[in-house]
Design a protein around this ligand. Structure first.
Ligand code: ZN
Length: 308
């Protein structure tokens, strides 16, 4: 088997030829630490967000359009929201929102974070670039089934795509990592179809412990699991952290709030601070900024004399 250089911050796609199974390994290294450096999250929340990040990169690496894939878990427990946005250029951002005053002990399992009253929801959004404003993004919403992030994703794939798909995910304060196996549709006509291949490969992947996922490089992991298989690895697709917030977008949001509201806050506090929920960047607006927002200077009419 031939495997290209070790993957750091990227997705490696591979094919297990004999068994008609395709797969992917994702390792988020620095890209993951960039996310968690911006949020103080309790360990169980941080780790589930990492797993959802790895899952988004695995599913996003096969997007057939330019645009974004957004995975969200809406919770009814101490965590209100997990959200990861992965874009087809390999950039991603992620955040989690906790209920106010939530206390989350270590080792809290996913259902106790987001599904305490069976009200948790998993939402998948596909949003192509350049979508016409009157055409909404595609969105699928399902109840949370499964007790782990991987389990939730697997049930969703089974329901929506009807392609047998398995995921193994793990995350900690250093890395977010995932392995995906997907059975390819039977094309027929092959001389010796490997009918047990799908089961055999799942069993092999089941032997990987979370600690191995978190410590092995992508090529070490594939060698460890599939050394006896006929594996063909493709090029790896890099992933990186990037946020799309801008001062202009925050200004636009304040404009929608209305000048009365904005002036009332300014009168009380002297300035408005808006923090990006993804990257925690602070944007500050004072009275002068507010006047510029609501009373932009009109461009000089055509033909008007220019001042020098
Ligand atoms: Zn941001």
């Amino acid at each position: 088997m031939t495997i290209p250089r070790p993957v750091r911050d990227g997705v490696l796609r591979f094919l297990l030829r004999g068994a008609s199974v395709r797969g992917e390994v994702v390792v988020l290294d620095r890209a993951w630490r960039e996310v968690i450096a911006r949020h103080a999250l309790p360990a169980p929340v941080r780790d589930r967000l990492g797993e959802l990040s790895a899952a988004a990169a695995l599913l996003g690496a096969t997007l057939k359009f330019d645009g974004s894939l957004v995975l969200q878990i809406h919770g009814d427990g101490p965590v209100v929201l997990f959200v990861v946005e992965y874009r087809s250029d390999g950039s991603y951002r992620a955040t989690a929102k906790l209920r106010e005053g939530a206390s989350i002990p270590p080792d809290t399992p996913l259902p106790a974070l987001v599904d305490t009253q069976r009200g948790g929801r998993f939402v998948v959004t596909l949003d192509p670039h350049g979508r016409a404003p009157d055409r909404p993004a595609w969105q699928g919403v399902v109840p949370l089934e499964g007790t782990t992030v991987a389990g939730v994703l697997e049930r969703y794939m089974q329901r929506s795509e009807q392609i047998p798909t398995r995921l193994w995910l793990a995350a900690d304060g250093e890395r977010a990592v995932g392995l995906l196996l997907q059975r390819l549709p039977d094309e027929g006509g092959r001389p010796e179809p490997d009918i047990d291949g799908w089961n055999r490969l799942q069993q092999l992947a089941e032997t990987v412990a979370p600690e191995e996922l978190l410590t092995l490089s992508a090529d070490e992991l594939l060698r460890r699991l599939f050394w006896q298989e006929s594996l063909h690895a493709f090029d790896h697709r890099p992933c990186r952290f990037a946020c799309r917030c801008t001062r202009e977008k925050v200004g636009e949001m304040l404009r929608m709030l209305g000048s009365d509201e904005v002036e009332a806050i300014l009168a009380e506090r002297g300035e408005i601070e808006v923090r990006c929920e993804y990257c925690n960047q602070a944007y500050r607006f004072d009275l002068v900024d507010s006047i510029a927002l609501f009373h932009p200077v009109a461009p000089a009419p055509e033909g008007a004399p220019k001042r020098h």
